[in-house]
Ligand binder design. Structure first.
Ligand code: PLP
Length: 385
C-alpha cells in the first residue's frame, strides 16, 4: 500500500475526457438534462449538492481519514453543527469539552437548547471518567483534541470505548491534527469533522468544512440533516480545499518543525510562564500525544508571566510578521491575546495564571526572523527604553 501522502496526491475522480492535473471548477446552480427521466433521476441534479469537483474532494478526504463517506459544508463551524445536529433529537443530551472551539460551544448551549436538547461541558482531561457524565438520554459526545486556546488533549480511546459500550456516537473535531497527525476513526470515533479553512485550504483564502464517517447509518442521518438545512460548499472553495490537500503533508511538516523550534525557544524565555504544546515533554499530555499523534501542527499557546502596565500594547505594537487576527493554518504567522474569548467552567483558567494567555500560529517564515521579532517585542513589553 502506498503512503497516505502519495495516495492523497493521486486521488482523481471520473473526468470527462480531459486530463488536466487539477479538475475544472464547475460554477453551477443549474445542471441541464436531455430527458424528464434524467432530470428527476440524476444525482446530483442540482449544484447545491456539489458536482464532480466536490466528489473528487470527498474521495481525497476519505483517503485522508481512512473513511468511506464525506459530506461537505461551507465552513468548519457548519461541519461541527451538522455533525452534532445529525445525532440528536428533542429530549436528548450532548456532552462537549470545556475547551471546545467557542462557536461550537455556543451552538451546544444556545441552539441545542432551543431544539430541546441539553448540553453539558466536560473537563477535556476526563478520560474514562466521562462514564459518570453520561445520562440515559445522552445522544452524542463531542471531542476536540487538543482543545481550542488551552490545548489540553483528551484520551480519545478511553472516551470512545465508554461511548461504544453504550451505543453513543462520538464526534472528533480534527482540525488541529488536520487528518494527518491524528486518525480519530482508528481510535474508535464515529464521526470526524474538519475546518478545512485552516490547514487543508492552508492559505487563508477560503472556507470549508467536512463531516466524515464510515458508519452508514450515521451517514444517512448526516445527509438528511444537510439536505434539510441546505448545507453545501461553494465550488471555488471546494477547488481551493482540494488543491490545499495535495500539499498538506509538506506544509504540515514545515509548520511542525518551526512551531517546535519556537515553542522551545519561548519556554526558555524569562517572560514566559508556560508553553501549552502537547509535543513538548513538559506538557502534562505528552504521553497521550506520543501514543495517539504522529506529529504536531503549528498552533500552540503561551502563558506569559505578569505583564507590567501597558506592556501588552507595547508588545503587540512591535509585531509585524505576526499578524493579529482570527483563524489559522495559513502560510503567515499569527499571534492573538486570548483572555477576552476564554470561557471555561472547569479548571482554573482565570485565577491561577501568572499572566495573559497568547495563541501563536507559526507560519512558513524563517524561524530566526520570528524569534528576532519576538525578542524586540519582549524588550518593549518590559517598559519604554
Ligand atoms: C476554526 C475552527 C472551526 C471553525 O471553522 P470555520 O471554517 O472558521 O467556521 C471549528 N473547529 C476548530 C477547532 C477551529 O479551529
Amino acid at each position: 500500500m502506498k503512503r497516505p501522502e502519495t495516495r492523497i496526491i493521486h486521488t482523481r475522480g471520473q473526468r470527462l475526457g480531459s486530463v488536466t492535473v487539477n479538475p475544472p471548477v464547475e460554477r453551477a446552480s443549474t445542471v441541464l438534462f436531455q430527458t424528464e427521466k434524467a432530470l428527476y433521476d440524476s444525482k446530483p441534479g442540482y449544484g447545491r449538492m456539489g458536482l464532480s469537483l466536490h466528489r473528487e474532494l470527498e474521495a481525497a478526504l476519505c483517503e485522508l481519514e481512512g473513511a468511506s463517506h464525506v459530506r461537505l459544508a461551507s465552513n468548519g463551524l457548519q461541519a461541527c453543527v451538522l455533525a452534532i445536529a445529525s445525532c440528536v433529537e428533542a429530549g436528548g443530551h450532548v456532552l462537549f469539552p470545556d475547551s471546545a472551539y467557542g462557536p461550537t460551544a455556543r451552538f451546544c448551549e444556545r441552539r441545542l437548547k432551543i431544539m430541546g436538547v441539553s448540553a453539558t461541558r466536560y473537563d477535556p482531561r476526563i478520560g474514562g471518567g466521562i462514564a459518570d457524565m453520561i445520562r440515559p438520554e445522552t445522544q452524542a459526545i463531542f471531542i476536540e483534541s487538543p482543545g481550542s486556546l488551552t490545548f489540553e488533549l483528551s484520551d480519545i480511546p478511553a472516551i470512545t470505548t465508554v461511548a461504544r459500550e453504550r451505543g453513543i456516537p462520538t464526534i472528533v473535531d480534527n482540525t488541529w491534527g488536520a487528518g494527518y497527525f491524528l486518525k480519530p476513526l482508528a481510535l474508535g470515533a464515529d464521526i470526524v469533522v474538519h475546518a478545512m479553512t485552516k490547514y487543508i485550504v492552508g492559505h487563508a483564502d477560503a472556507f470549508g468544512g467536512a463531516v466524515i464517517t464510515s458508519d452508514n447509518r450515521l451517514y444517512s442521518s448526516i445527509c438528511a440533516t444537510s439536505e434539510d438545512y441546505g448545507i453545501g460548499l461553494a465550488p471555488d472553495d471546494a477547488y481551493l480545499a482540494l488543491r490545499g490537500l495535495r500539499t498538506l503533508h509538506t506544509r504540515l511538516h514545515a509548520h511542525e518543525a518551526a512551531a517546535l523550534d519556537l515553542a522551545n525557544w519561548l519556554a526558555a524565555r524569562p517572560e514566559v510562564s508556560e508553553v501549552l504544546h502537547p509535543a513538548l515533554p513538559s506538557s502534562p499530555d505528552h504521553t497521550l500525544w506520543k501514543r495517539d499523534f504522529t506529529g504536531s501542527s503549528g498552533l500552540f499557546g503561551v502563558i506569559l508571566n505578569a505583564v507590567p502596565e501597558g506592556g501588552m500594547d507595547r508588545f503587540l505594537a512591535e509585531l509585524h510578521l505576526f499578524g493579529m487576527g482570527f483563524s489559522w493554518g495559513g502560510f503567515e504567522s499569527l499571534l492573538i491575546p486570548c483572555d477576552e474569548q476564554l470561557t471555561r467552567s472547569t479548571g482554573n483558567w482565570t485565577d491561577n495564571r501568572a499572566g495573559p494567555l497568547l495563541r501563536i500560529h507559526v507560519g512558513l517564515e524563517a524561524v530566526s526572523d520570528l524569534k528576532a521579532e519576538l525578542d524586540t517585542a519582549f524588550a518593549a513589553l518590559k517598559g519604554p527604553a
